[in-house]
Design a protein around this ligand. Structure first.
Ligand code: T3D
Length: 262
């Protein structure tokens, strides 16, 4: 577990809140922040007391992607393939493979990898004032952090290409209406709503929610037949969980279920 101040980490009510915390640099990623965020998601994988994750940013931005201060070309040519392999790809894989809900509260501008990390989360809310920018085109790079995978799937090739080739900012309302995120929310209500949603998810049937996440993600590459088989297998697994027994018992007894996440 990293004790870096670049990502604030708080566990309460089954929710691990991870706050990107380099506000002076719009929470752009340096190596320390990469390692700290990764440590947060690794902890979420291992710790059964964590039943949902809330990712957000401190200050006026969510994240401006890679810290370009660490990429001064006058000091030499970096191997960006190495940094993608070492930092961004493992992070994306940790978020997608975590079988617990990951909520992202985009509190302000999300640019470059910052935008695509937000799109990789399970439920993404954004402040109405937030903007999403595929900033890569402005500096001669290619969208990363899964952007070339998630954008066409979420919004289709025409919109994906236009965003990626022009680097034009997309406002939160439009991002929601296009299906890139779940909802745009008034700035002053964003964190309350995001916290309430994450706490609600953390008190849910964690195993069933995790298997649901796995199934929906698998649909991107499965045929219908493969997906039907997967649903059968996952339903079998979910049907053996204590939370399923509790859910049905509570329904029959006309009371609220008390899920334990098992
Ligand atoms: O390198 C690799 O490992 C490959 C992986 C790449 C992944 C990527 O994410 S590449 C894309 C990198 N990100 C960008 O290109 C975005 C750069 N930032 C911007 O275009 C703008 O800052 C924004 C549009 C995001 C926000 O604009 P604005 O006007 O609201 O804020 P600002 O004034 O530009 O920024 C505020 C401060 O944050 C400023 O510092 P200062 O002058 O007050 O000391 C600015 O320099 C700093 N900042 C913003 N973005 C970055 C940054 N510092 C370092 N790196 C940044 N990416």
């Amino acid at each position: 577990m990293s004790d870096s101040e670049t990502v604030l980490s708080v566990l309460a009510d089954g929710v691990l809140s991870l706050t990107l915390n380099r506000p002076d640099k719009l929470n752009s990623f340096n190596e320390e922040m990469h390692l700290a965020l990764r440590a947060g998601f690794e902890r979420a994988h291992k710790d059964a007391d964590i039943r949902a994750v809330l990712l957000t940013g401190a200050g006026r931005g969510f994240s401006a992607g890679q810290d370009l201060g660490d990429r001064d070309p006058r000091k030499g040519t970096p191997d960006l393939g190495h940094t993608i392999e070492t930092f961004y790809n493992p992070l994306l894989r940790l978020i997608r493979s975590l079988e617990k809900p990951v909520v992202c509260a985009v509190n302000g501008v999300a640019a470059g990898a910052g935008a695509n990390i937000a799109f990789a989360c399970d439920i993404t809310l954004a402040a109405r004032s937030a903007r999403f920018i595929q900033a890569f085109a402005k500096i001669g790079l290619v969208p990363d952090s899964g952007g070339t995978w998630s954008l066409p799937r979420l919004i289709g090739e025409a919109r994906a290409k236009a965003l990626a080739l022009t680097a034009e900012p997309l406002d939160a309302e439009t991002a929601a209406s296009w299906g890139l995120i779940w909802r745009a929310i008034d700035d002053d209500k964003l964190m309350d709503e995001a916290k309430a949603l994450t706490v609600r998810l953390a008190s849910g049937p964690t195993m069933g929610l995790g298997l649901t996440k796995r199934a929906i993600q698998a649909a991107a590459t499965n045929s219908l037949d493969e997906q039907l088989d997967l649903e059968r297998d996952l339903q079998r697994e979910a049907g053996r969980s204590a939370d399923y027994a509790e859910g049905v018992t509570a329904f029959l007894e006309k009371r609220k279920p008390e899920f334990k996440g098992r």
